[in-house]
Design a protein around this ligand. Structure first.
Ligand SMILES: Nc1nc2c(c(=O)[nH]1)N[C@H]1C(S)=C(S)[C@@H](COP(=O)(O)O)O[C@H]1N2
Ligand SMILES: [Mo]
Length: 368
């Protein structure tokens, strides 16, 4: 028996509106997916890929991760609009007409669930909140493939409908639709403008909604993991000396490092959580430190931190970054000695790498 179902008379729950919003959403999801892949492989390259990761442009990751977070935030608005357009179909009767139709609807359920999961975990991640028991990075990465697969399937199944509704046809509801799309566009614009300043420095003044509060900046740069969180104190760096391994291993004190030829570079910190900023870094080129240990060019490194516990206590650096002229063991930031929160006594800064790999409180550099 057919249950009593709600009746929908709104004219904008039609395929043409779904296609119009779907195009924008599809673009946002594509940008988000591709930039997400870049972020994943820069952080976790399979062995064969590690040596191929590019060190240029120096701001490459800053751009791709800024786009990743901006397209993800835009997609939140677009998904809501898209779901609103199509939700009357939830009440379609009968719920499915054939086994193939059932499979199609289940695929859409999977697509919606996976997309909502990605946007929700991503949003909570940029708020630096991790209220779940699983690893964010590996789960967010795995579910991205579910989104990609079920989206391709969805596009294939709906291809005829998309084709038929690609162009608008003049009709009575054109004005309604234009108003809806303008509203959705304005919402996307507002979300973008009030968050993108965390990565686009000239728009910082509009950065009202992004979690990164410019007021917490010290030395002109936000702090992600504080020294207190990492349980590093000035006392733990008392008597600090950097250990460098290689054919001629050695230890070197901060005073000795300061006496070596210094190099100054302008490089960004680009956090995976979406904020980024340029800074001036002064310190000793990693390559110079390796030369003293007799480490040949083309050697990859493992860098260790004073940090007691943390996912980013150790970091691996492929050879092309270690050999790059701009990769420093930085001692100063924007002209001042590094604060403890920024990694005193010494930290890594390298071009075109995610912030999580810019290791602070370095204690040891090991040639692999
Ligand atoms: N040892 C160590 N280094 C670390 C981290 C960490 O957790 N431990 N966090 C990283 C992250 S996530 C970022 S974005 C940068 C931020 O550097 P800043 O706090 O100096 O801006 O440091 C990186 N260096
Ligand atoms: Mo970060």
């Amino acid at each position: 028996m057919r249950p009593t179902l709600p009746q929908f008379r709104g004219r904008l729950h039609d395929p043409r509106t779904a296609v119009a919003i779907g195009r924008w959403l599809g673009t946002a999801v594509l940008v988000c997916f591709l930039t997400g892949l870049i972020s994943h492989f820069l952080q976790h390259p399979p062995g064969w890929m590690a040596g191929l990761l590019p060190t240029r442009p120096t701001w490459g990751y800053r751009l791709t991760q800024g786009l990743h977070v901006a397209s993800g935030l835009a997609a939140i608005v677009l998904v809501m609009a898209k779901l609103w357009t199509v939700y009357p179909r939830l009440f379609a009767w009968p719920p499915f007409r054939s086994p193939a139709h059932l499979v199609e609807r289940l695929t859409i359920a999977l697509l919606v669930a996976a997309t909502v999961f990605e946007l929700f975990t991503g949003l909570i991640n940029i708020l630096q909140w991790y209220p779940w028991p699983f690893s964010f990075t590996s789960t967010h990465y795995a579910v991205a493939w579910i989104v990609a697969g079920s989206l391709l399937l969805h596009l294939a199944v709906k291809a005829p409908l998309i084709r038929d509704n690609w162009r608008s046809r003049p009709g009575v509801d054109t004005a309604d639709r234009r108003a809806l799309l303008t509203g959705v566009g304005a919402a996307v614009g507002a979300v973008t403008l009030t968050t993108v300043g965390q990565a686009v420095t000239p728009l910082r003044a509009f950065d009202l909604l992004a979690p990164r509060n410019p007021d917490v900046e010290t030395q002109g740069l936000p702090i992600n993991r504080t020294a207190a969180a990492a349980q590093v104190t000035y006392a733990s760096s008392d008597g600090w000396a950097l250990e460098v391994t290689g054919p001629k291993p050695y230890r070197i004190t901060l005073a000795e490092l300061n006496a070596l030829p210094q190099m100054e570079v302008r490089l960004p910190i680009a956090c995976v959580e979406g904020w980024s900023a340029n800074a001036w870094w002064t310190g000793v080129p990693i390559r110079d430190l390796l030369d003293r240990a007799g480490v040949p060019r083309g050697t990859s490194l493992r860098v260790e931190s004073l940090e007691v516990w943390g996912y980013y206590r150790t970091m691996e650096m492929p050879a092309q970054y270690a050999d790059d002229l701009t990769t420093l063991l930085a001692l100063r930031l924007n002209g001042e000695v590094l604060s403890l929160d920024h990694g005193y006594p010494a930290r890594i800064i390298a071009p075109n790498r995610p912030g999580v790999l810019q290791t602070k409180w370095v204690s040891r550099i090991e040639a692999l």
